[in-house]
Design a protein around this ligand. Structure first.
Ligand SMILES: CC(C)(COP(=O)(O)OP(=O)(O)OC[C@H]1O[C@@H](n2cnc3c(N)ncnc32)[C@H](O)[C@@H]1OP(=O)(O)O)[C@@H](O)C(=O)NCCC(=O)NCCS
Length: 175
């Protein structure tokens, strides 16, 4: 296996052309189509911020990414975790998408991207109130997120993504 010393993370610039972006394949058709067709527009329109993992040994190939936005959780969604203790609308961040190219999975890069996510959220939380980090997990990724400390907000239903959450204090400890 090749070492990962050539990989580096940068803030996605929608005005730049990334080698391999259109061919990016993490094994999830929805995410692949998003990267190929919608990512540039979404970032350009300030609907999310994206950070990309690039392979400096291969023309800075696009091999991983995540996108973040702000989000509001309605109190009943958090009821199992915080019975009665939160306002009706709870401000938080949302991890919209995360992906690592198939040939690079299982080498700790998903975890590396999540470490970067935690750093960004903590930095943002020093400027604006953020109660935690929310995401919708595909069935395949639930164990990955549980392993990082996220908890499911609803019972799993295989036909739907599972909403998951991490409180900002947990996130601070997990980084
Ligand atoms: C989910 C994904 C980002 C994980 O990336 P990765 O680089 O393979 O993950 P890592 O190598 O950093 O794994 C970190 C840990 O999670 C575990 N893990 C990774 N993927 C897992 C999965 N699908 N199920 C259970 N555990 C998983 C690893 O075994 C590892 O555990 P360890 O630290 O105890 O050894 C990657 O598989 C991917 O891009 N999948 C397709 C897209 C996707 O599902 N995105 C999430 C949509 S919500």
């Amino acid at each position: 296996m090749r070492g990962n010393e050539w990989l580096y993370l940068e803030c996605y610039n929608p005005e730049k052309t990334y080698y391999g972006q259109k061919q990016f394949d993490c094994g999830n058709a929805l995410i692949n189509a998003f990267v190929a067709k919608s990512l540039k527009k979404q970032v350009r329109e300030n609907l999310s911020r994206c950070f990309v993992l690039l392979d400096g040994s291969d023309n800075d190939r696009f091999i991983g990414f995540y996108t973040l936005s702000s989000f509001t959780i309605l109190a009943p969604e958090l009821a199992a975790l915080e019975p009665g203790g939160v306002p009706a609308r709870v401000p938080c961040s949302r991890l919209i998408m995360l992906g690592v190219a198939i040939g690079f999975q299982g080498q700790g890069l998903g975890r590396r991207l999540m470490k970067s996510v935690f750093e960004k959220i903590l930095a943002a939380s020093e400027q604006i109130g953020l109660y935690g980090l929310y995401l919708d997990a595909d069935a395949y990724a639930i164990e990955f997120y549980s392993g990082l400390g996220f908890v499911a907000l609803r019972t799993r239903d295989a036909s739907l993504p599972t909403p998951m959450f991490m409180h900002i204090d947990t996130l601070r400890r997990a980084r």
